[in-house]
Design a protein around this ligand. Sequence first.
Ligand SMILES: *Cc1c(COP(=O)(O)O)cnc(C)c1O
Length: 477
Amino acid sequence: MSLLYQRKGPLASRSRERYNRGMTPTDRENLERWDRDHVWHPFTPMQVYAAETPLIIREARGCTLIDLDGREYLDGVSSLWCNVHGHRVEALDRAIRDQLDLVAHSTLLGLGNVPSIRLARRLVEAAPKGLTRVFFSDDGATAVEVALKLAFQFWRQATTPAPRKTQFLSLTLAYHGDTLGDVSVGDLGRFHHLFAPLLFPTLRAPSPHCYRCPLGLKRETCKIDCVEVLVEQVRANAATLAAVVIEPIVQGAAGMITAPAGYLRRVREVTRECDVLLIADEVAVGFGRTGTLFACEQEGVTPDLLCVAKGLTGGYMPLAATLATERIFEAFLGPPEAGRTFYHGHTYTGNPLGCAVALASLDLLQAPTGLTALPAKVARLGMWLDRLRAIPIVGDVRHRGMMAGVELVEDRESRRPFPASRSIGRAVCRLCREQGVLLRPLGDVVVVMPPLAVSLEEIDRIGATLEAALRRAGESA
Ligand SMILES: *Cc1c(COP(=O)(O)O)cnc(C)c1O
């Protein structure tokens, strides 16, 4: 039996040292082989993956991930944008263990469970005012899928029904998850376009991508004209538009595209003016990521539907929620035979373990010291990012809170990208990994997104490692 399974026994403490140093060579080889032979990794070109030695994580501590050989890596992308307080945080671990002593899972289909009730209450108290109802699901993708279906059904059942309101408007380069509804409102070529025959048509407004402005303008002189395009589209299509779907403040998967101040507020104004719902997908930006608990707060916006997932549990468990206003909720009331019920749900919806750890994570975030350390860290990250601007292959640096993207270009003057075959983003991240810093690119944009709990020293390590990697990659470019 492999050491992996013996961990709980006395062996764990006795040979902690040995455990940390690595497993038997056979255990290790088996894991590598079985990973290659059986695990189909998401968003991963498997032919390339299988040709390389896999990096397999066995444990973690704080912001550090530790592989089979005991090698340490700084978790520079928060285990894919979800980790908030670091790994193996005492209070979070305890919340799950305590809940485990009560019940691991009990359904929300027609029943309640204690942690989901408490969490719903806490989310309503913490979220922008006016969001009073919480529909739980499991992932960011399901949180947005739920929002889309709620918006669609809402208009058929609204006090003044508007069954023609069936369309959605989203931004170019949008990413809202990988279920087909989410892919329909998404617009990331390499992820989405293949599935076009399966998707419903969606109206598309230009992304506020200032470095590659879709309108050919310059941020220094423009009047956020891109949002005025959206405003006109919403006005022109108000009769058929169910909702506008947006990632507030930062379009994450698009390459960390940061919207100019005032953009989100303007979207809220026009959607209100035209009675079109606003769905805010805060899956990536929620829970302190952009500096405030929710990104919508920064522009004083309350959406009609708010989607949260990734950071909701501090990055511990899959759990998501779609928050809705009372107005939306009320449209779903009536006797069962009226057919107004929302017939949607997932088996693990409102999972008690996930809700328990989400509550503990919110405790940490909302403690008096919760977000107070963040501005200094954000400033330190900003200092490093500014230094990167001097490197010739760095075209643009985009940054909000603890969320940043460094766009690499072959030619700075013309902003010409590297040929895709160059895989420059991957190459830079590979160099960083060799130096013990885990980063993951989005195409040619290197993402820097450590847990909010990252220390100033760790930010320095990430910054210095990335700077060196970019200089090296630039020399061989
Ligand atoms: C990651 C992400 C999603 C999808 O969340 P999953 O939990 O991966 O399904 C949706 N929207 C945004 C903005 C995201 O960043």
